[in-house]
Design a protein around this ligand. Structure first.
Ligand code: PLP
Length: 450
């Protein structure tokens, strides 16, 4: 395949070497305006990132003010400033589930890497260095750095780097009822089966060698908005407690209000994780930021034994990122936007069920809050997915762009299943009219390519 003129001439390259990027001239609220003048209704805000929509003037002001105050500090070199401290205090003020300490990084992947290192340091500090095995889930995604991929069960993303993938990470089945629950199996039986499988994995590894179990509370980027069936996370928490391993919940995508509660795990009837990662709706995409939220019991052990945290990044706890995220979080709280997520999320769920579910190529609709996805099937009665060479989700996305809506397509073979999905993850400020329009345009787009 030879590159066309655009890819030959441009000095920048992005992910695709074959599909020209859409050039966006301006972005405001839920509207993306292309160079051509065409406007798109942005139903995803990137991969569930732009929780306040685009171009929020108060956030822009907070960024400018911070730049004029303290634009950069090397936090790893022993410096701090007030926005960073205020942001940590703001998001942890009620110590959710005992999480009481935060460290800020620049991406979800860095948050995952930092978590793996922190856990390693924790078990060394506790005098249990043999706890070096990690369990995660098949088809999962926790980041694209080598550490992030190491803990991710997404086979096709790991494959090329198999020579860098460690042997101390094993994978159990995800909780993905639509494709993995057996015919006639109840939710409770399904949970019991997954619980037994996890228990067996602990036993096989040797229970006192397991450091932690990693899972996304709502499986996001690879499975597309799959909440667990009731009781699953209680079972997971129980097994981790039984063997003294840490539970890490990755809420990089589903956290900070996206699910309809600040933390998605609040809806799972558990006391919370030992460590949690967050990113996308923390900063809303204005300036890159992520965080690792740490339970007091972990912090106490690490801080009391070690003089410092092993590892770090030059730009971690960047003052401008922290000031920007603080402004985002204050707006979400002031404007009661998590209630809007619940309210508009209920409308979105209702309309997807009424308008999209009956379409013949739609197999499943699932989600929570403003985190929803449609999964497509070639033959839904017989559960036959589209073949590998038919990227149906991209066809839906392209048709959406033609009719004026931006949805998040995902096509992949994540190790177990070929999946084609379109996710709808609008900003928390979305209005009723915009929800109605998103579903209307999505329906037109699906029909166009069906
Ligand atoms: N964890 C989850 C659940 C994600 O969805 C992602 C990215 O999509 C990551 C981690 C990695 O985050 P980043 O792309 O910011 O490195």
């Amino acid at each position: 395949m030879s590159l066309d003129a655009f890819f030959q001439d441009s000095h920048i390259f992005h992910r695709s070497f074959s599909k020209k990027p859409l050039h966006v001239a301006s972005a405001n609220g839920l509207t993306l305006t292309l160079d051509s003048g065409k406007q798109l209704l942005d139903a995803t805000g990137g991969p569930a990132v732009a929780c306040l929509g685009h171009n929020q003037p108060e956030v822009a002001q907070a960024i400018t003010t911070q730049l004029q105050k303290v634009g950069y500090l090397f936090s790893g070199g022993g410096y701090s400033e007030s926005s960073t401290e205020e942001l940590a205090a703001f998001i942890l003020k009620n110590r959710p589930g005992g999480l009481s300490k935060a460290i800020f990084l620049n991406s979800g992947s860095e948050a995952t890497d930092t978590t793996i290192k922190l856990i390693t340091q924790f078990w060394h500090a506790k005098g249990e260095p043999q706890r070096c095995n990690f369990i995660a889930r098949k088809q999962s995604y926790h980041g694209n750095t080598l550490g992030g991929l190491a803990i991710s069960g997404h086979q096709s993303r790991r494959q090329m780097y198999s020579h860098f993938m460690p042997s101390n990470v094993s994978f159990v089945d995800p909780c993905y009822a639509y494709r993995c629950k057996l015919a006639g199996e109840t939710d409770a039986e399904y949970v019991e089966r997954l619980k037994q499988q996890l228990d067996n994995e602990f036993q096989a590894l040797g229970p006192n060698t397991v450091a932690a179990f990693f899972a996304e509370t709502i499986a996001g980027s690879t499975l597309a908005c799959v909440p667990a069936v009731p009781g699953y996370f209680q079972a997971v928490r129980e097994i981790c407690d039984k063997y003294g391993a840490l539970l890490v919940l990755d809420e990089v995508m589903c956290g900070m209000g996206r699910s309809g509660t600040v933390h998605a795990w609040e809806q799972e009837g558990i006391r919370g994780p030992d460590i949690q990662t967050i990113a996308k709706s923390l900063g809303g995409g204005f300036v890159p930021i992520s965080a690792v939220l740490v339970h007091q019991h972990i912090f106490d052990v690490v801080a009391n034994v070690s003089g410092s945290l092993a590892g770090g990044h030059t730009f971690q706890a960047h003052p401008v990122a922290c000031a920007s995220a603080l402004a985002v979080q204050k707006i979400i709280a002031r404007d009661n936007l998590v209630s809007n997520v619940r309210e508009k999320g209920a409308l979105l769920a209702d309309l997807l069920e009424k308008e999209i579910a009956p379409l013949p190529l739609v197999g499943n609709i699932r989600g929570r809050g403003l985190f929803w996805a449609v999964e497509f099937m070639l033959d839904r009665e017989n559960m036959i997915p589209f073949p590998m060479d038919d990227d149906f989700s991209s066809k839906v996305k392209d048709a959406g762009l033609e009719v004026g809506v931006n949805v998040l397509s995902n096509m992949g073979f994540a190790g177990m299943h070929k999946i084609d999905t379109a996710a709808i993850t609008p900003p928390f400020i979305v209005t009723e009219e915009e929800i109605v329009k998103i579903v209307e345009l999505l329906k037109v787009a699906i029909e166009k390519v069906s």
